[in-house]
Design a protein around this ligand. Structure first.
Ligand SMILES: Cc1cc2nc3c(=O)[nH]c(=O)nc-3n(C[C@H](O)[C@H](O)[C@H](O)COP(=O)(O)O)c2cc1C
Length: 308
């Protein structure tokens, strides 16, 4: 009542008296809006520059990228061909699903776990030959892995030639000696002590097959343009997991190795293109007659999972 009858008419009649108060308020609002926008822009610029620098340094994995803000897409970029096939080239077909009973599922999952639980990393190999077809099937299995935008960014290079194996051993042992004595440092070498590994890698000439997994950091389209390989390291790592499972299922053994600093020399020895970077070196074969493994225990289900 007081407001509508007295205060409001007073404000309307004398609004010019309030103008000096309003102007600074409007000015302040504009100023804060501007500085907010500015700091947003600077933050975004910094993130992009940081990601770019990390990429240029070549020490950033796709995995680390996944947690960052996504870089702005520059729409002025020349339109590239799609990473995968064109939308009009892909039909959708019905999925052939095999339905098992609950009992069958429990049994199958149990049996698969029991088989995989027997898998161990083997570091002493027999030179007993393995049929090439087995290796082909194992790699076929690895090739069934899902991949970012179905780019299938993996190359499996299989070496059985004895001379080439000696060259690989020379490269790896030379680098591993520097790794153990200089690059890895006290903490890393201490953490590895229980495995009793060193820079000698006899398995590189003992195992009938050395399988080198290269991640394709990008690909090429039919017209020769660079094709983005989304999450290529994650995709290749999933593929490697299937490879390990297939080796186990076939009744063979392998060693998941990531020889530090050997990538460029092995890439050049095996004539691989510059878009391929070595991810893993996996000897495959039978365990050697005196092969031992460290008695390691695995975490229980409760320790590494949580059900809600
Ligand atoms: C990413 C990765 C890299 C590895 N690199 C090496 C390696 O360079 N040399 C080696 O002897 N073992 C290597 N290993 C094997 C591990 O030491 C082994 O998996 C671990 O000790 C557990 O033993 P298990 O595989 O028998 O269960 C690697 C394993 C992984 C997953």
């Amino acid at each position: 009542m007081v407001f509508t009858k007295i205060i409001f008419p007073f404000i309307v009649d004398n609004f010019y008296l309030f103008l000096p108060l309003l102007l600074p308020l409007v000015y302040l609002r504009i100023f804060f809006n501007k500085s907010e926008l500015q700091s947003d822009k600077e933050r975004s610029k910094k993130t992009t520059k940081f990601a770019q620098k990390e990429k240029e340094a070549g020490n950033r994995t796709q995995n680390e990228d996944a947690d960052d803000e996504v870089e702005e897409v520059d729409d002025d970029d020349e339109l590239e061909d799609p990473a995968g096939p064109a939308v009009e080239d892909v039909d959708f077909i019905s999925y052939e699903f095999t339905q098992y009973t609950e009992e069958e599922m429990i049994l199958r999952s149990q049996q698969f776990f029991q088989e995989m639980n027997k898998r161990r990393t083997i570091r002493v190999f027999s030179d007993k030959p393995v049929p090439r077809q087995v290796i082909e099937n194992i790699i076929r299995t690895a090739g069934t892995a899902p991949s970012g935008a179905h780019t299938e960014p993996w190359t499996y290079v299989v070496v059985s030639d004895p001379k080439l194996k000696v060259s690989i051993q020379d490269i790896v042992e030379r680098e591993e000696m520097i790794n153990y004595t200089q690059r890895m440092g006290i903490k890393w070498t201490n953490d590895l002590k229980f495995l009793k590994t060193d820079w000698n890698k006899p398995y590189l000439t003992e195992a009938p097959y050395l399988v080198l997994l290269f991640k394709q950091v990008h690909g090429y389209t039919n017209t020769g343009q660079k094709k983005v390989h989304y999450y290529n390291e994650i995709s290749c790592s999933i593929s490697a997991g299937l490879f390990l499972a297939a080796v186990q299922q076939a009744g063979l053994v392998t060693l998941t190795s990531t020889p530090l600093n050997c990538g460029p020399a092995l890439r050049s020895l095996l004539n691989r293109p510059e878009n391929e970077k070595l991810l893993m070196l996996l000897p495959v074969g039978y365990p050697g007659p005196n092969s031992t493994v460290p008695a390691l225990s695995r975490k229980s289900l409760q320790e590494f999972s949580s059900f809600h």
